[in-house]
Every structure is written in structure tokens, then in C-alpha cells.
Ligand binder design. Sequence first.
Ligand SMILES: [Zn+2]
Ligand SMILES: [Zn+2]
Length: 352
Amino acid sequence: MYKAKAYSAASATSPLTSTRIERRDPTEHDVQIEILFCGICHSDLHTVRNEWSSVMPTVYPCVPGHEIVGRIAKVGSAVTKFKPGDLAAVGCMVDSDGTCPQCQEGLEQFCPKMTLTYNSPDKHLGGVTYGGYSESVVVDERFVLRVPSNLDIAGAAPLLCAGITTYSPMRRFGVTKGKKVGVVGLGGLGHMGVKFARAFGAHVAVFTTSPGKKEDAFRLGADEVVLSRNADEMRKHAGSFDFILDAVSADHDINAYLNLLRRDGNLTLVGAPEKPLAVSAFGLLFGRRSLSGSIIGGIPETQEMLDFCGAHNITADVEVIPIQKVNEAYERLLQSDVKYRFSIDMASLKSK
Ligand SMILES: [Zn+2]
Ligand SMILES: [Zn+2]
């Protein structure tokens, strides 16, 4: 074992503060990564504040962070995919059983024995796993991704959660050239959805409640922007969308969007509103439409997404912060005051 600098929360009401945590020495299948950047995902905040206590109660101290990009420092003797000096990334998962039907299909995110990057039982050291708000992390090479060398690494970090979360359902529902795609909500997830839909060649419409986001939506690649509170504007698009990505985590009326789908169109939820959403059966019956959910993606698809980003030079729009500003960033996240993701520069951890 070795000690690594990190930022952790001691309780649901404590700020994140500087600490040292234990990391395992790499086993033969592990790589040790020196973390360069870690994105801030809304899940980090929910977990730190124990807001998902009914599903995944938080164990303290909590070190969040699952949008990790870094450089390989050490590799175990049986590691074949990586060598010291390589750029590498880790997302929301660090382990799974590797044998169940989900794992066999490369859908490790649904493995019943999947280990999350943080706040999940740690098979090696006991306690829980610690995430990317740290100077280093040790991960089984099966869960380590390659990062195309042309990408800006600060902006690449959020691809590991926000990126794959929006890429995966678009691939699954066949977003390609000639399709009409809607993206509801222009935040950390939504802005990635716009970039991917555009890169797939689709016609992209962004739905927003704030007229102030119009210009940015166009800059990110939208072909049109629809103010969702304007019923006339919404009506013009009735029955016309092949696919809608709904990235809103606040309570909202999804029936208004279901009615915009064409026959066999799909609306996929990637946000997680706290309360159940009301769904009108008629919106689904007429047009044989479907409503789905989606969560991150498996390891093979995550690599595919990173390679796609390399080929199309796609990264998240980030505001880079030093780790000392992380608590302030959480407050700003609650106000949606970020365009569009915070990325922590881990060099700042060394300066302390
Ligand atoms: Zn996340
Ligand atoms: Zn499995």
C-alpha cells in the first residue's frame, strides 16, 4: 500500500478537504495512474451529500470523482494493454465479475457484481473505493481506457461519464445522418448530446427553457433551438423526431416531448428526476413510441466513444479549476453556473 493525496468529505454536511488515502500497490493485472484531470459530475455532489441514501448510502470518508484522465505510472507484470507513460482514463466502474451474461456482452455497467469507482465495496483493501479527486488511482487494466493523443485532456475527462452517458443511447437507437434528434436540457450531459448528434450527422434541435442559451446551443452544433415553454413552437415539431435525449433531472412534463416523436421514435432519459414522472399511455400508444432509460455504457463502447471523439476532435466544454475551489464549484453546480463541466487540474493537489 501507499499513501496518495486526495480530497474527501467526512460527512454529508462537511466540505471536501485535503487528506491522504491508502491505495493498493498494483497487482499483476493493475495499472497505477497519475491523475491529471478529473471532471466534476453531479453524482459526485449527490454522493458527497448522501442524497441517494435510499439506493446507495454514502460511506465516509468519501472521495468522489469518476471522470479520470491521467498518465500510467506503473503496470503489473501481467498487464498487456498499457505501459508507463501512456495516457489513460477511468470512468464510473473499476471492476466486475467478468463472467455474467452482462459482462460477456461488454455491458459491465449492468453486472450485479460491478464495482463503482467510488463509494463501492473495495475488494482489495476493504472499506469503500475512492475516486478521482486524488493524485493517483490503481485500477485493473480491464477497466482502463485509452485516450486519443489529439484530445485536450482537461476536456476529455468528462467524456468518461457525461460523454458515454449521451453517446450510448444515441448509438443504440441508431442516430445517424438524416435523423432528427432532440436534446432536452443544455447542461453537462445535454451539451455532449448536441456534439455527438451533430457528429453523427443528425439534424439537431435543442429544447430549453432559457432563451439565453440559444446562442450557445447553435455554437455547440444545434440546427435549431426550441423554447419548450412556447406551445406554438413545440406544436410545429409534433410527430417529427426520431430520437429525443432527455437530460433533465428536475421534474418536467415528458408527455410534451413524447408527442414530438414520429412513429417508432424513442425518448431516452439520462437525467434522474427525484420523483416519478407522469406518463400518458396515449403518447406511447399512438405512434408506437417508446420511452427508455440509459446509464453510462460498457467498457468496449466507452473505448469506441473515446476513439470516435479522437476522430472528430470532440471534448467537453470545461472550466478548469484547482482542487482548492471544489466546494465553491459544487455550489455553482447547484445554480447550473458552469459551461458545461468543471474539470479539476490535479497538479493543484501537489502544490499543497
Ligand atoms: Zn457521473
Ligand atoms: Zn458481470
